[in-house]
Design a protein. Sequence first.
Lengths: 328, 368, 375
Amino acid sequence: MLTFVIRRFIYMIITLAVISFISFALINAPPGNALSQKISQLQSQGATVTGQQVAALEKQYGVHDPWIQKYWKWITGFVHGNFGQSFSANQPVSSLIWGKLGLSIALATGSLLIAWALSIPIGVYSATHRYNMPDNVVTLLQFIGIAIPEFLFALVLMTLAVKYLGSDVGGLYSSHYQHAGWSWGKFVNLFGHLWIPLIVISAGSTAWLTRVMRANLLDVLGQQYVQTARAKGVPEHKVIWKHAVKNALHPLVMTIGTTLPLLISGEAIVSIVLNLPTTGPLLINSLLTKDMYVAGALLMMLSALLVIGNFASDVLLAVIDPRIRLGE
Amino acid sequence: MSEDNVLTVRDLHVDFSTPLGSVHALNGVNLTVPRGKVLGIVGESGCGKSVTARAIMQILEPQATISKGQIIFHRPKDVEHETSQVLSEEAELSEAAEAVKAGDVDITELDPRSPEMRAIRGAEIAMIFQEPMSSLNPLFTVGAQIEEAILLHQTKDEIEAHKRAVDMLRRVGMPNPEGISRSYPHQLSGGMRQRAMIAMALSCEPTVLIADEPTPALDVTTEAQILELMRRLKEDMGMSIIFITHSMGVVAQLCDEVAVVYLGRVVERAGVDEIFYSPKHPYTRLLLRSIPRIGANRKTPLEVIKGSIPDPHSQVPGCPFHPRCPEFMPGQCDVIVPLEAGVGIDHSVRCHLYPGSVPADAALIPEA
Amino acid sequence: MTTIPTSIAPEPKRATPPELVESDVGTIPQWRLMVRRFRQSKLAVISVFILIILYLCALFATFLSPNQYNAQDPNRKFAAPSSWTWSGGPAICAERQYLDRQALEFKYKADCGHPVGIHFFGEGFKYKLFGVIPTRRHLMTVGQGQKLLIWGADREGRDIFSRSLEGARVSLTVGLLGVAIGTAIGATIGTISGYFRGRVDTALQRFIEIILSIPTLPLWLTLAAVLPRDMSVTKRYLLITIILSLVGWAALARQVRGKVLSYSSSDYIAAARAAGSSSKRIIFTHLIPNSTSHIIATAMLAVPATIIAETSLSFLGVGMLPPAVSWGVLLSDAQQVSTVEQYPWLLIPAALVVLAVVCFQLVGDGMRDAVDPYA
């Protein structure tokens, strides 16, 4: 088990390294270097920039350094928590992204938990009560859940909420709570704003997970050991939950690796539509304004999130499956 | 069939409902299992042997129903043999529970999920399956799975259950039973897994053991060992065994009585010597002739039975074997289903070649 | 217990038994079996028909459109869909122009007392059928002065129905093209990886894992946003397609590799090798034909995701850009809740997206079930 974990850990580090390469390449992709942005920004503010000043700035930002050196500077900056400078906001990137990153992670994790909490019981019910009316309804809902693009779902839900619930949606808090201190009212308000994104983000994954759970369970129910359990006289509900479901959960843990990217992407796009202060809107804004350090750092962060999540799910799988734990 | 029977199956019909129509898997199966003896059930794949076994245990698939017939379980009358504690816990005062305790109970009358049926399953009638690897839950240790059965039926004391589990593993010939009980199924070899399965099935000392083709997945040496083990345990525990197989060789080694099944009907029933030395039904004869023999002339081609089992959805009129039968008699075999008739001591056959096969009120179409 | 007798007396032959009817499963060609299996799933068959209709609509978009898709009409901004009525045939209510004194602009109100008949195959604006044949024929038109707005108008007064048809051309083809390219790349790499195993396989798998470690939407966003904004529509279309396929091939390669691995260890491949077949022969004669059906089924299932991807990218303003039209571009008008609340017909193209995606999903499912006709 230990060798397994160590091996996975090393892969993770290598993957992150390569991703950082790619992210950096993308940062430098748009024509014109970062400095020209800054210069045009300064000029639009009315200042004049002399050739000397340009040269000095170029030296300071290392514009003409070899690529490898630039990369190294950027990477080592990570260790100090320095991700470069945002040109549009004139702040260090780190201060821009930390709070938002936290919220992104919270939303993604929350959706994951909701998706699991819903899909397991529904999947089990669907597999054990095949061809019933409820099963068909569930299947239909699943199809729609997978088919609807998330931004659309977010929009529709928002519209309905405004129309029929009269709630003040969009953003994280209503305006009067925005800068108020913490209170019960603020908490309720926060929740009132968060349920829409949580539902929307988890919807697609829940639909998909339910299908997977159902398929897995059907697979497992056809296995011989389920019959063996029944043949021993084990009561039916124990046969299902203790023997079958436990085995069906394994492939589900493997799906964490696939669900995470969906959740992260979904969270990005839903936040854009609903105007939540998370990494999504920040990413798109920075891309549209060519604020590449922000974009690059965000891409790196999101990828790191994914990679670490995958690693965690691999370890989790090893823990619960004796076949992996003790080696086959 | 005389003497003391532990299980009597009478005119059992099992139907499967499929999207394409109803499949009659069992069409009137009659069997008796004598106490303390081994009954072999033989037939090709798909003829209904496993369905019979699962019907007796009431673990049929949801689409299958017992549409007709009886399965009567005659409990041993001696006091030593305890009933499962499931009865005392969950079904103390029900009528069915009383029937189970008293001695004779019709299994078809019991709901498959009821505590009364569950009291029988595992504790009175146990079953082992074909694939040992997939028959054991990969996530639990072997010991835990054996203890599950013991804790369900015999005692609630976990330490006692563990002791009995290890003891059972020793009795089935496992080296290092304590270590094995803590191992997972994937860590054991095929033969050891099959022994573990046997240990699990026998942990509650059942009256009847149903073995559904337990040996095809094993090599011949291991198979011989397992058969020897089963013989020994049968003697030790006074247990009856229903052994389902398609290998006549195994039947010869192990069984006392044999039932030959074709398309959901028992076509011949007899003691094992009778079946091998004086087979009556054409199907039985063909089965015996298709066994390859060491020392036979190399040039003679292997015997096969012409054709193959018909599509289960189709209905074959008359005797179901007639399309493949070398003794086919037009006008009779394709019209009337033969009844089971005795042709000797403890020997019955379903075939128009022998008297007593035609029901009294049927009309015979004269041969052309 | 007994012993097997060493010989059994031979049987005298009697009458010959009747012939048996054999099932034809073993004899008809494989693709026919698959089609038969596919047809068993009614949902999949219906979906195929719906998709064919959608693609035909895209092909004949201009013929089916009563108005030009990019004709702006400042008098009909956010106009509601025309109300339908009957007058000897389907007709719409005439619209009376009136001056809205508060907003100080001309508005139109439906006047159902004066129905305007719809001319089928009548004459409308000029265009070239298939880009070649000049004609004026359209499926539905109305007389001069009135406008047939089946699905209402958008921010600039453009007919949403016509724009949806035009947008279908992009949205429906980007998915197919992107998946086709991705499939070609993915299948090749997957087959190579699965067949040769060893170091090649490990290296490719690590590479694929890394690509799959970047969340797709942010990656697409970044790649798309890096494109300069002033490219020709066609160029942008092609580049977007390539971007979408670049990320999609990885998942497919993994699946193909899995299939190839399982085939490679099957007995018939070992038999082929033992018989002396070269690697090339094994790959092309055995592995690829067997995997083709699986590859196609998997590819079909990837199309919905690509369509949604293009729609999302365009919606966010980094995919297709105006003046190009795709369903995503149409929906980008609907980004504000207030707008959607007032003019809900802006969301109708979304229904088209969902329809197309669901149909592709069902077809893909049906295909996946059908490609194992021997199961």
